[in-house]
Ligand binder design. Sequence first.
Ligand code: NAP
Length: 485
Amino acid sequence: MTDSPLDVAIVGAGFGGLAMARALANRPGLRFAILEKAAEAGGTWRDNRYPGAACDVPSHLYSLSDAANPGWTRLFPPQPEIQAYLRALAAPFAERGQLIHGWKLAEARWDADAARWRLRATDGREASARFLVLALGGLHVPAWPDIEGHENFAGPSWHTARWPVDADLAGRRVGVVGTGASAVQLVPALAGRASALHVFQRTPGWLLPRPDFALPGWLRRAFARLPPLRLALRGSIFLWLELVSSGLLHPRLAFWARWLSRRHLRRQVADPALRAALTPDYPIGCKRVLISSDYYPALQAPGVQLETTAIARIERDGVRLADGRHVALDALVYATGFRPMAILDEVEVIGREGRRLRDDWADRPTAHFGISVPGYPNLGFLLGPNTALGHNSVLTMIESQVRHLCALIDAASATGARSVEATPEARQAFVDGIDRRFGSTAWGGGCRSWYLDARGRNIALWVGGVLGYRRRVRRVRPGDYRFER
Ligand code: NAP
């Protein structure tokens, strides 16, 4: 497929790349391909297969709007079920030869004479495309903690997003570093399995109950026979989560979430010292709010220990804490999150006049609507800078971006334009708007989170509701873009 020139090359076969491919498949005659580095589609849901991995957005919203799955077995979908859903989405493209596995992008170079992107894979294969869509994933490069001595640890250790297929932690003394969204799912799954489990917490998270339950067979059959019923559920979840965003945008409105979280802690943790250790001292929503009904009970299970003293260093046979205590460990798991927007670590993107996106983004990654970057024609990002969410399904953002990109491709084709890219002014106005709103939100509440760069600037989050973003990207405003004819 990549032997002949493409109209559109999509890089990445996760939710973003597959959503884009589904939209392009409706355009007869358009030649496109998905280039995927791994042997399997799925992106983040292929990579994050640690025990207990699941989505904390309900399944009927955490799916593409044009690819309903009435058969979700639970309100919150477990990772294997999401991965199976993604595999099913990918299958038709693989069958038609439009999904190419093992194609890892090393360099994308804009060829101004031909008005095409020249693509080179790490193994030297080449392809070219008029439009390039980078669906590389918002959170996909693991963040390893800068703890002294980690290379000295003699036992097995790995990151939650690199869980070995044959990992066997039964009967072993395990340490988990980090207490974010991944850890609160992993810890309950390991609690009964490891002989001793030490959870190293640096900052406690705000935690809300997770009202998960199995969706009964009769309801699944009803969803299959009556699509409006499923749509009503999807719409209600979406609107509820949009409402939640008002508390994040206006922290005073988040009193109910604070109350709910404190009540959850009081109900599940009786020991005052443990309760105090688990009580956050920053505004709710500042870090991603955690959702779990079995994390607090797991921390109190036999053999489980919450360590709140800082880790001084990692040693051959365990961890040395700042107070001098030594915690003996057989295995160490890093639930330490991701480096957002680190997607250019391994990919070189070269735009007009040889400019490199890595250099242009060295200070701060920015794109108009998180999609288009001035100087990089016919290039589109999915879940690019400032389009992650702290409150709703990111798939709703991806779908808005896919529609916007399709509109750009259609507009360029209809006008006979060789290329299209955002103007610097449009991008600046987008970023200024985000920065203006950020300071007064819960996310800007002064805590440390993956939303922020080293200088405390928000590089990851869209600041607003999904409906607001959708309204802004619904149409391509000609003034926002430069079409080269
Ligand atoms: P995370 O939220 O960034 O949490 C990382 C954890 O590691 C934090 O507790 C952090 O402590 C700790 N940490 C980092 N460096 C450390 C160090 N040097 N020493 C001690 N502790 C250290 O990462 P995550 O849990 O993988 O989640 C990342 C994001 O992925 C989530 O916010 C969410 O958007 C997404 N996610 C979603 C789901 C889902 O259900 N949909 C599930 C998992 C993840 P500090 O807080 O002190 O920095």
